[in-house]
Design a protein around this ligand. Structure first.
Ligand SMILES: [Zn+2]
Length: 322
């Protein structure tokens, strides 16, 4: 009887020990897990005021410790999130956006992102060490920051037949991919009742040099820059740019008001061309409005630019410059 009772006590003691042991272990794990969670960026970011969604967004975009610590080393700022929410935000420019925004407080977040993306924080022709990446083929960017050198010439030029071009027979040529697209577009315009005509197409580096230097020698660099591209910065050297007018009107001053100009503006993208220097983008392209200057960039890119009202500079920065 005494022995049985002793055993019972033993069982009770054991049970109590197991119980406390379990609670202890459970609490320990819980504390440890909590501690672990408190070491995460997720916890730390929410701890300084970012919501769950904002935290997720930051962590999705910024993946290294260095990038993430920026947010922890600074107080929560709405402007960080505003930049992140911009559709063409590029994280490699994040610090530049912030610096530029401070010095350009009148610009919207969208304008800050756009300007930095396309280098507008620098004056045109500033030497940024940028060159046209010709490996991008018909998506190569040529402008006042990205220049071609004197040796670049396309190797698939085709002569534009007299049906489509002003000037002497055989005097106009462009890259085959652009010509094929133009022919289709010409047909489309014809069906709409219009007769398109090309006045200028491929130009060599040396052609452009002559044009530019003539202006420069006669009226100075400032005037030359306002009217012509410096050698290497003309899209015509790519063989992908066409100056398109109509048979009825090849006048630079009045072409913009013709039905042909309107038809081109709203239909060229279907064939892979964009109006390269639109009236409302002069500040971005650095070129006055040219109702006749079309650039082949392929249907996909042209459609995107048309639908989102983007210059090729903006498209290139976001989708192609990697
Ligand atoms: Zn042109």
């Amino acid at each position: 009887m005494k022995k049985k009772l002793k055993l019972k006590t033993w069982v009770w003691v054991l049970l109590v020990l197991i119980l406390f042991g379990s609670i202890g272990t459970y609490a320990g794990i819980k504390i440890y897990k909590n501690y672990q969670y408190e070491q995460t960026y997720e916890y730390k970011l929410q701890n300084i005021g970012y919501s769950k969604e904002e935290t997720e967004k930051i962590l999705n975009v910024f993946t290294t410790d260095e990038e993430r610590n920026f947010f922890l080393n600074n107080q929560k700022e709405q402007k960080y999130l505003d930049f992140l929410n911009e559709p063409y935000f590029l994280k490699e420019h994040f610090q530049e956006y912030l610096d530029y925004a401070i010095n350009n407080s009148k610009l919207t977040t969208k304008e800050v992102v756009r300007n930095i993306n396309i280098h507008l924080d620098h004056p045109f022709y500033d030497d940024l060490g940028l060159k046209t990446d010709v490996s991008k083929d018909y998506l190569m960017l040529v402008n006042k920051y990205y220049l071609l050198d004197g040796t670049y010439a396309p190797d698939d030029l085709v002569v534009i037949p007299q049906t489509y071009a002003w000037g002497e027979a055989g005097s106009r040529s462009c890259r085959k991919v652009a010509f094929d697209a133009f022919e289709e577009m010409w047909q489309g315009a014809k069906e709409a009742g219009y007769y398109l005509m090309i006045s200028s197409a491929y130009r060599t580096y040396q052609d452009q040099e002559t044009i530019y230097n003539n202006y420069k020698e006669n009226r100075g660099r400032k005037y030359a820059d306002s009217i012509a591209a410096r050698p290497g910065s003309s899209e015509h050297q790519t063989g992908l740019a066409l100056d398109i007018f109509s048979k009825a009107n090849s006048n630079q001053a009045t072409f913009k008001d013709t039905p042909e100009a309107n038809w081109l503006k709203d239909n060229a993208y279907k064939y892979g061309f964009i109006l390269r220097y639109p009236e409302d983008k002069v500040d971005l392209t650095g070129y006055n409005f040219e109702a006749w200057h079309y650039r082949y960039i392929g249907v996909e890119a042209a459609t995107y630019c048309y639908e989102h009202s983007l210059t090729f500079e903006e498209y290139y920065a976001y989708f192609l410059e990697k």
